[in-house]
Design a protein around this ligand. Structure first.
Ligand code: ZN
Length: 76
């Protein structure tokens, strides 16, 4: 099982898109549960970490990563 890397402020893509049509979520809370916010409709969802990791497709961009040079791109 591959471990996906994600962090607070990251924009992630989920396996299922949000009903509003967007498929970009921002991680706004990390802990036992992960809270993500839809970038389009601003609706936030709380998911248990295990469920979040299961529904995570990929990390689109890292919120904390300001430098572009040397940014890690993981090609799935
Ligand atoms: Zn939405």
């Amino acid at each position: 099982m591959e471990k996906k890397m994600f962090d607070l402020g990251d924009i992630v893509q989920m396996k299922k898109q949000h009903p509003c049509g967007a498929n970009e979520m921002e991680i706004i809370r990390m802990g036992m549960d992960i809270r993500i916010k839809c970038v389009k409709c601003k609706h936030s969802i709380l998911l248990p970490r295990a469920k979040f990791e299961k529904s995570l497709k990929k990390v689109l961009r890292s919120g904390s990563d300001s430098g572009e040079a040397g940014a890690e791109e993981s090609n799935a």
